[in-house]
Design a binder for this molecule. Structure first.
Ligand code: SF4
Length: 405
């Protein structure tokens, strides 16, 4: 009997452990049993077994920046503390120029990815979305644009009065490289009716993701846990992701998101505990046998728990972020961004080997000053002569325009 199975001798989790050891797919009932098991360390050990088989001792992260060009949104999700209705204090919409300037502000560590999400703006024209992508691509060549969730793409298609596949084609042509995984929440309608009643359905979210994948755009996928869902709802969500992934192989990674109740319409929902955070990551790793990466989003679960998650099935701590606003609007107490050094310290602290990845999970190559030489299959070496002289106050990527930002 292997060491892994010895750990579960006499345990109700033994039959699941046998499947894990033999690389067999877990069933819906297995997922529920894992969530209901009091043996959190046992569930974590199984997930860690899978994680180490897939990724060894590697702990991935990337150097990214968030851009939220507007927080105006016609939808009124109970889960959301961030969006504003037009005319309400705190609402904003950036012009294209402002969004580009915002992307360049605070630029440090040679960012290799812009993560772009916003509200469902009631009146911005279709051209604004395309122009924004074009302007960002022109200013930051080689930087990966991870832009618009499935919810936003559905909305942009409605504005454009075009079918979703055509809109995906236009966005891709304008510079969209991949998509973030937000808005998936929990696919089950009963839960959506409470937390995001007017948002697209779970089925529609999956349909838009399928269209992205079929049109050559990889996406991510999230799950919002800790609101009003049951463990069965969580497992159903994971099984639906797994089913689409079997079909398209288009999901790059899965990101569990803990619900933060502060300032939302559901303030009395107790925040998820650290044990729930770890269990969700572990069960996701075990159920999503066809998704390469399970991420632990340090902004959400905290800088103390995120390294622990690297032993509970997660292989990626997501990015430096630079300036997170959405989870912080709902009361997150974490930093709004970390440096590359801090990310690496967090990963090393967990006993894992840091690996700065680009959007394709290939290694980012930097020079001794920290400037990016290669990322996202893009060579920055041609710009070397234009790199700023002197110490790396802002060891930017080698785009000279960025160096002065
Ligand atoms: S969660 Fe998204 S769709 Fe819902 S209100 Fe907030 S920004 Fe709008």
């Amino acid at each position: 009997m292997s060491n892994l199975l010895e750990r579960f001798a006499g345990s109700p989790l033994l039959s699941i452990a046998e499947k894990v050891a033999e690389n067999r797919r877990l069933s819906f009932d297995d997922g529920v049993a894992l969530f209901k098991s009091p043996d959190v360390l046992g569930v974590g050990a199984l997930a860690n077994h899978v994680r180490e088989k897939k990724h060894g001792n590697t702990g991935y992260y990337n150097v990214n920046r968030y851009l939220n060009p507007t927080n105006l949104c016609w939808v009124d999700c109970a889960l959301c503390a961030w969006a504003r209705k037009p005319g309400v204090d705190g609402g904003y919409t950036m012009s294209i120029e402002e969004a580009v300037a915002e992307s360049a502000a605070g630029w440090h560590d040679g960012i290799t990815e812009l993560h772009i999400v916003g509200g469902l703006h009631p009146s911005l024209p279709y051209s604004w979305y395309l122009d924004l992508l074009r302007a960002l691509k022109a200013r930051f060549p080689g930087v990966h644009l991870k832009a618009w969730t499935m919810v936003e793409i559905d909305w942009i298609a409605r504005i454009a009065k075009k079918d979703v596949a055509a809109v995906i084609g236009d966005l891709k042509h304008a510079g969209m490289d991949s998509c973030p995984g937000g808005g998936a929440e929990i696919f089950e309608k009963r839960v959506r009716d409470v937390i995001c009643r007017d948002k697209i359905s779970g089925e529609r979210w999956l349909d838009v993701a399928r269209l992205c994948h079929e049109n050559g755009v990889k996406t991510n996928v999230t799950m919002l846990y800790g609101s009003v869902e049951t463990v069965e709802d969580r497992v159903d969500h994971l099984v639906r992701i797994r089913k689409l992934q079997d079909e398209t192989h288009g999901f790059l990674g899965f990101i569990p998101l803990a619900f933060h109740p502060e300032e939302t319409q559901l303030p009395d929902v107790p925040a998820a505990t650290g044990l729930t955070d770890l269990k969700v990551i572990a069960v996701a790793r075990l159920m999503l046998d066809n998704v390469d990466h399970v991420k632990a989003y340090w902004v959400q679960i905290g800088e103390k728990l995120a390294p622990v998650a690297l032993h509970f099935g997660a292989d990626d701590l997501v990015g430096t972020v630079t300036e997170e606003t959405i989870t912080h609007a709902a009361g997150a107490k974490t930093e709004s961004g970390l440096s590359r050094t801090e990310m690496e310290r967090m990963i090393r602290g967990a006993g894992r080997e840091p690996f700065e990845r680009d959007a394709f999970y290939e290694r980012v190559v930097r020079d001794p000053l920290g400037r990016v030489l290669r990322a996202n299959r893009h060579d920055f070496e041609a710009c070397l002569s234009a790199a700023p002289a002197g110490p790396p106050v802002h060891p930017s990527s080698l785009d000279p325009a960025l160096a002065s930002s």
